[in-house]
Design a protein around this ligand. Structure first.
Ligand SMILES: [Ca+2]
Ligand SMILES: [Ca+2]
Ligand SMILES: [Ca+2]
Ligand SMILES: [Ca+2]
Length: 737
């Protein structure tokens, strides 16, 4: 559990309250040697009969008889409450219940400039579950970013295939020295003049050059990046929505001229930027930009191709509606305007002061969500000479859009294994309804996002191989996931090469009551049988995408009677009866046996070394027989001409029995719990080279070679009471547990 602060957040008053509290304790004067007062483990809330409140006054908690009393040492809160309930003069007594503050970051601008709109979208509640994972990469296609900004530089994506500063495109992706992202800005007559550009080179120069010192609008890309993913809880500036994801900086907009008011670019460069971001591993692409409203020339084949490529890779494109909602043509620009691409998410802005449509926000077809677009605080360029590299209030769909991107990045961090459509559906299912706007048209899609409710609802995805005794069980077997007695997900095994894996989606408690929550145990059933091991629902900051969780049903232990098969010729049996002299001790065998052999691994071999067969041949003269006494759990061979069965009392050997093996082949009855060979023989790992089991029904040896792919092994588990042969390279013992 991440540390949870036990104070209530009330705007900026938290700090003031704490300082006063500390000051009161630090008053000079008395120095006391008395021991510190007992700090109770818990409290009980009692209720006495009400006292009379002042006439006309509403009785408060005290007047209504409520009081909080500490639980004495040695008592549980429940027991103490029960004892108090039996006392006269106390109407009721119950243990006090804990409450938790939604996780608040310590960034100084957070409580002043961010808590309002970030609470509107439920970010503090989401942070109780997830603050972002570095493997989730969000590409910011914008004017670039200040790569040196202290709240951004720790969170930048880095291209592992690129050597910085050598002027070479080391990874051959078409972009030179693209360490944190790539620049797709073509030289034009206009930007040569306004920005001083001299080249269209594709390189890693993605520094934000939007605006000039003293200009009112600047740092567009640096701001957008900060809204998504500024480092949170680092005691510095602001917190992004997702504190720990990584930001890929792709520069597709120019400097915007000396005033910085109108950074611009070309739709083809945007398409290139999308293509680059998808190829380099971004899961979410933020576009706080748009074409002119409904501009048909912006709907280009290249843009469509880039979006379709992103769709094929499951990458989300989150695009601003535009800020012309009060103009003659209020339709969203491209790409937000697309309705045919489920991975393109159009974002409109709401005004937190009214809870409704922000009048500048474009509206109409293509809008999927709304988010606050007013009073947004973020990072700005450090090289423009401001006293703080932050702006505390800006507005526009440009800043509503990264709130949605950051929220999707949080959901993708909580479970990295869901599809893009799952993340969108989680936001849609939990969005707050948006009030209608005067124009009566779609400005908010599914509503105003609430990532706190969405994060609570993120399902787990559990995948692995479905096995019986850790051996493949084939496709088409029903897989069910239960938490307690609640069915939380189901699927079937499918065929994948020689394996039959499963991928099951398991609902969270917020979706199906009783299902997943931190620490709860998920049990998988295969074909109706419970499998092991069970899986614990991950806690905060852990990934709900759980891979390689192989689960296996196991052959149950035999009951009080063990039945063994006697084959048509030689059969390998375990002696489960008491120790005894031969042949009387084998009286339980069917009468048609002709010979029994026992491999004595410790006896001197007539050929030199140790290990030889001892024999007992029926009706042979005594001198022919070399085997005189049989011990419990010895495995031996029986020759019998017709199939029959042998029933013995199951002696249920206690766990902890140690069986010793000499170098070479050894024969043993496994009496531990049925489990993986590697696990059952963990004590002697590296000291055995083969395990064999004779399959009486098929008349073949089954072979297990440690370290070999399980698909090449004939068996993968040691099953209780089966007989095995093992080849060991040195004297060893195994404990049967
Ligand atoms: Ca490169
Ligand atoms: Ca390079
Ligand atoms: Ca920060
Ligand atoms: Ca859309």
């Amino acid at each position: 559990m991440a540390p949870i602060r036990l104070w209530m957040r009330v705007g900026g008053r938290v700090l003031a309250g704490i300082l006063l509290f500390i000051a009161a304790f630090l008053l000079p004067g008395k120095v006391s040697a008395a021991p510190p007062p007992h700090a109770p483990q818990a409290y009980v809330i009692i209720q006495r009969p009400a006292t009379v409140a002042a006439w006309g006054a509403t009785p408060g908690l005290r007047e209504r008889g409520f009081e909080k009393v500490p639980v004495p040492p040695g008592w549980t809160a429940e027991a103490y409450a029960a004892a108090l309930r039996s006392r006269s003069g106390i109407l009721d007594a119950v243990p006090d219940a804990p409450v938790y503050a939604a996780r608040a970051p310590n960034d100084p601008l957070y409580p002043v400039n961010q808590v309002g709109y970030l609470s509107t979208i439920g970010a503090p509640q989401a942070w109780d579950f997830v603050t972002g994972r570095p493997e989730v990469v969000v590409a910011v296609l914008d004017t670039g970013a200040d790569l040196s900004h202290p709240d951004l530089s720790p969170r930048l994506w880095t291209n592992p295939g690129e050597v910085p500063g050598d002027g070479i495109d080391n990874d051959g992706n078409g972009c030179i020295d693209d360490v944190h992202g790539c620049r797709f800005v073509d030289l034009t007559a206009a930007n040569r003049v306004s920005c001083g550009y001299s080249s269209s080179a594709r390189n890693g120069d993605v520094w934000d050059d939007n605006g000039t010192a003293g200009s009112a609008t600047h740092s567009h890309g640096t701001m957008v990046a900060g809204v998504i993913g500024a480092a949170g809880n680092n005691g510095l500036g602001i917190a992004g929505v997702a504190w720990n994801v990584r930001l890929m900086i792709v520069k597709v907009l120019d400097c915007g001229g000396p005033g910085g008011s109108n950074p611009s670019g070309s739709m083809f460069n945007v398409a290139e930027g999308i293509d680059y971001a998808v190829r380099m591993g971004a899961r979410i692409i933020n576009l706080s930009l748009a074409s002119a409203p409904g501009d048909p020339t912006a709907d280009t084949p290249a843009l469509r191709a880039a979006i379709e490529f992103a769709l094929s890779r499951g990458v989300l494109i989150v695009a601003a509606a535009g800020n012309w909602g009060s103009s003659a043509n209020p339709a969203p620009g491209y790409p937000a305007a697309y309705t045919q691409y489920p991975n393109v998410i159009g974002v409109g802005a709401m005004d937190p002061s009214t809870g409704g449509w922000a009048s500048y926000s474009a509206y109409g077809q293509g809008i999927d969500f709304a988010a606050p677009g007013e009073g947004i605080a973020s990072t700005v360029r450090t090289d423009l000479g401001g006293s703080l590299p932050y702006r505390v209030s800006d507005k526009g769909t440009s800043f509503a859009t990264p709130l949605v991107s950051g929220s999707l990045a949080l959901l993708a961090s909580r479970n990295t294994r869901l599809g893009y459509g799952d993340y969108v559906a989680l936001l849609a299912d939990t969005a707050s309804p948006a009030p209608p706007a005067p124009h009566g048209q779609n400005w908010a899609g599914a509503g105003i996002i609430h990532v706190g409710n969405a994060a609570r609802r993120v399902p787990a995805v559990i995948s692995g191989n479905a096995l019986h005794d850790w051996k493949d069980i084939g496709p088409g077997v029903e897989v069910r996931a239960y938490v307690g007695t609640t069915l939380c997900g189901s699927t079937q095994t499918f065929s994948f090469g020689p394996a039959s894996p499963y991928i099951v989606r398991v609902a969270a408690d917020a979706e199906i009551a009783g299902c997943g929550a931190a620490g709860r145990v998920v049990r998988i059933y295969l074909g109706g049988q419970p499998a092991v091991p069970t899986i614990t629902w991950p806690g905060p900051e852990q990934d709900l995408g759980l891979v390689d969780r192989d689960v296996s049903t196991v052959t149950p232990d035999p009951g009080p009677i063990v039945t063994q098969q006697l084959g048509g010729s030689w059969a390998n049996l375990a002696h489960l009866e008491a120790n005894g002299d031969l042949p009387a001790a084998l009286a339980y065998l069917p009468s048609n046996w002709s010979a029994v052999y026992f491999w004595d691994a410790n006896a001197p071999s007539p050929l030199g070394g140790t290990g030889r067969y001892l024999r007992l041949i029926r009706d042979a003269p005594d001198w022919v027989n070399t085997w005189e006494r049989v011990l419990r759990y010895d495995a031996y061979w029986v020759e019998a001409p017709t199939p029959s069965t042998v029933a013995s009392i199951n002696p249920n050997p206690p766990p902890g029995r140690v069986v010793y093996f000499a170098p070479g082949w050894n024969n043993f009855v496994y009496t531990g719990t049925t489990k993986r060979v590697s696990e059952a023989l963990q004590e002697i790992a590296g000291k055995y080279t083969q395990v064999l089991h004779w399959d009486n029904a098929a008349g073949v040896w089954q072979v297990h070679i440690p370290g070999q792919s399980r698909f090449l092994n004939d068996f993968e588990a040691l099953v209780k009471f089966r007989v095995y042969w093992i080849y060991v390279t040195e004297p060893v013992g195994i404990t049967m547990n």
